[in-house]
Design a protein around this ligand. Sequence first.
Ligand SMILES: C[S@@+](CC[C@H](N)C(=O)[O-])C[C@H]1O[C@@H](n2cnc3c(N)ncnc32)[C@H](O)[C@@H]1O
Length: 285
Amino acid sequence: MIPNSINLADNLKFLQGIPDESVSLIYIDPPFNTGTKQQMTSLKTVRDDAGDRTGFGGNRYRTEKGVSKSYLDSFDDYIGFLAPRIEEVLRVLTTDGSLFLHVDQRESHYCKILLDRIFGRDSFMNEIIWSYDYGGRSKRKWPAKHDTIFWYTADPKNYTFNADTIDRIPYMAPSLVGKEKAARGKIPTDVWWQTIVPTNGKERTGYPTQKPLAILERIVKVHSNPGDLVLDFFAGSGTTGVAAAKNDRRFVLVDANPEAVQVAAKRLTEYTPDCIGFTLEPQRV
Ligand SMILES: C[S@@+](CC[C@H](N)C(=O)[O-])C[C@H]1O[C@@H](n2cnc3c(N)ncnc32)[C@H](O)[C@@H]1O
């Protein structure tokens, strides 16, 4: 395992090669078992006198389809797929280490039972709800607009929680708490309001299901220390690596999809130009 590396590999095989008690923080965002192919086609606007839209400075523009990025998100036995990986997580975490598992409402309840079984119920710390507000709204049931992030510790009596580094949020009724408190803001609860990665913002890589950097930076700052090793073995576009690199942590990223590895490598060279080990292993995907 090379610190600050992006690894193209099946993660179970990769995990089996990681030494015991060597990783301080693990965040994973596995495919959610939606039963579909997760796909995103990037769009770019190009100047074209024959274009169909008028934009800045009165110039004409047209929209072009870019490269499509995708991965398959369908499992017959989702928990059977995750279980051996979570067993490896417990083995490789340092004695004060933490796991964050990011899922949605389709599988979260089964995942909680799996985590309780492997880590023990005492090691359950929080069920964080990431609440967002984007996309269509069903008129036949309550629109589902949240994901679940489970936090488990290797040892519930000895773990990293840097409360001073928590980014504070505005009070809902600042006039009720006094000027000083209102200016400082309050500590967020286990419900995190955060917009999705804006579809046309600078942060967007075009990789499907990319998670917001703000969520990962909060996790990395609060649950690890500078110099610590942070692992994401369902790395996708490399959001965890960016959060680690921006905050002086070392990272190891793993993904079985060559497109993900490419996107993450491109993204991370901006933060760690000299130290990306880029391991390519022959494999079936
Ligand atoms: C939901 S995405 C992760 C998105 C990521 N959090 C981000 O911000 O871009 C899940 C990723 O897991 C990868 N994956 C699925 N099965 C895998 C396996 N067995 N080994 C390694 N990666 C795998 C997929 O290729 C996909 O990129």
